[in-house]
Ligand binder design. Sequence first.
Ligand SMILES: C[S@@+](CC[C@H](N)C(=O)[O-])C[C@H]1O[C@@H](n2cnc3c(N)ncnc32)[C@H](O)[C@@H]1O
Length: 233
Amino acid sequence: MFTLDGRLAVCASLVRKGAKLADVGTDHAYLPVWLAKNDSITSAIASDIREKPLRSGADNIEKYGCSEIVAARLSDGLDAVLPEEADDIVMAGMGSELICNIIERAPWLKDSDKRLILQPMTKAHILRKYLLDNGFEIVSETPCAHGGKNYTVILARYSGIIMKAESSFYYMGRLDPADHLSRDYMKGVLSKIYKKRNGISVTGGDTSELDGVIAEIIKLYGDDINDSSQRYL
Ligand SMILES: C[S@@+](CC[C@H](N)C(=O)[O-])C[C@H]1O[C@@H](n2cnc3c(N)ncnc32)[C@H](O)[C@@H]1O
């Protein structure tokens, strides 16, 4: 049996025991197979938009003898998944814009009994803002590391309450700055904001919005969140 990488291990830990799972963008289907082998789920749809990754997922489902629990399904987002087939929905290893788009196209996710377990590879601030703007509550965030990079796993559920937050929240989320891995993630986020801000600055653009975000983050989390290699140009 294989072990899950840092990202998928956190996602797996957030899936409720006995849940019906949908793993959107499953590729190799490691997550549903691992959960099935560990008797953690009742059923799973392992879905992918492309035939080739889905084939590799289907091969693993067969190889590890999980076909009674895990079904591979070709689907663009959740288009081919029925609401009653999924309690917990994982979207891992995808960009935030794509995750937002998949949520947007599945209005049945607006159900407080459903759990969204989201591991964006890029621009998590876009995803956090989308969730809050659309009545999803960010219940928790868990940091994880994979391939020398830091990520967050967002656990969200529908509350129906539209929330507005400070810019710093969209960038740093619910991560605990006292936690070592979370702080590494936060430093990386700040470094990217500086990079973007400095890019705007060299082309003569208006940096005031990002300057405000940087100031807010440093005020909230302290100056040691600054990576010395990325500061104002
Ligand atoms: C980088 S892989 C991530 C695999 C796995 N979830 C993980 O985190 O290790 C992204 C997968 O998402 C799939 N994908 C991209 N857009 C999708 C969509 N709209 N609906 C379903 N799957 C999609 C890709 O085909 C690819 O297999």
